[in-house]
Design a protein around this ligand. Sequence first.
Ligand code: FAD
Length: 420
Amino acid sequence: MIKEFVDVLVIGAGPSGCVSASYLHKNNIKIKVVEKTKFPRLVVGESLIPRVMDHFAEAELFECLDAMNFEKKLGARFIRGEEICVFDFSQKFGEGWDWTWQVPRADFDNTMAQEVIRKGIDLEFETEVLEVSFEGKNSKTIVKDKDGNLKEIHAKFIIDSSGYGRVLPRLLDLDTPSKLDPHSSIFTHVKDINRPEGEEGTQISFDILETEVWLWVIPFSNGNTSLGVVGPTDFINSLSENKDNAEALRNAIQKSDYYIKRFNGTEFLFEPVKLENYSRAVKRMYGDGFALTGNSSEFLDPVFSSGVAFATESGMLAAKLYIKESQGIEVDWEVEFTEYMKRGIAVFTTYVKEWYTGNLQTLFFHQPENPEVKEKICSVLAGYVWNEENPFVKKHDHVIQNMAYLLNMQKEQNENPSVN
Ligand code: FAD
């Protein structure tokens, strides 16, 4: 069997793997990336948040992406019947990028992977990891290439960015149930033939159909738009008696007063894909000789578009910590990797939970708007969830609940002034 020797093996060439690989290469680490599929490949996760731009810039992937003229995302719009709440990333608390992109991921990921190859990184498509064994920190990975040939890759460290492939969580029994309720989604792309002119046509939007059910509308610069419905798994399953994903998505579109005209009867560009019970969690995020990054570790919920940002944050951090360790500097992976990542994950977990309780929706749609509250929430939605100067980060575990309680009480009093 052919044997290859590298410092770091990166499994998966999604955003997490590409950011890791590019940063390691920039720092003269000998790496190899193996990717199971042939790019471009379909993957969900098309609405980015500004925090990712820090990672693309640092990993020197920004320019190739910028050259693609993807649709710029300047904020996000939430719709609930007649009520509308727009977040503008330039109106946020603290420092940070005030724009990002909304992207067809097949093209986006392929752009990054081709750039990684152009930099001279050894990236092999259609090469799947079958087995991994460790001796101390050193690992031996068996991969199978597109012609069925097996190869042994010896690495000092593995960054597992295999997404839902979950290579090491599966092989090392690291999966654990998510703390979030089971939610599912069905999505596709459409040719957006009724797209209105101007901002209305290109604005990324989340249309709340019921407290726990929402539709995403993500217009791309190529004229297509991504449409998806998200909700509790039982609800998503009830959208079509025959388990027909196209019928289910059409039924969801029918429920949207705002979008029914634009998308009713629009042809789907591919058979809608169902992602059932999509949240994931792991018992631990690292071990001797490996780190789990991106969806291979945790995935929460699409509602705040945080998936790619966590993927690139953890991919970049794992690369930096490996470099530090390779320089003979001790790394405390528990503190520097797990605890750091968990702090950000905890903030978004609260926001996801409070979205589905309806408390966050109370804050979003409250009138008159409170600009000071809004800019702090906006900073969280932009992905700056490690900025503890932001009280909506630092006190995330109770601030939303408390404010929603007060607003609801105030509303009740206004509606029934005689009740004390
Ligand atoms: P991926 O992009 O999934 O890449 C992993 C790669 O590993 C794949 O290319 C795969 O082929 C490869 N691989 C798998 N197994 C193997 C193997 N055995 N050997 C070699 N290679 C392998 N995130 C957002 O930021 N915005 C959104 O709007 C958003 N919407 C979402 C909607 C839904 C319904 C869901 C479920 C998720 C959404 N996400 C969103 C999350 C987003 O899809 C992921 O967080 C993101 O793609 C993770 O990137 P990654 O690099 O970790 O994994």
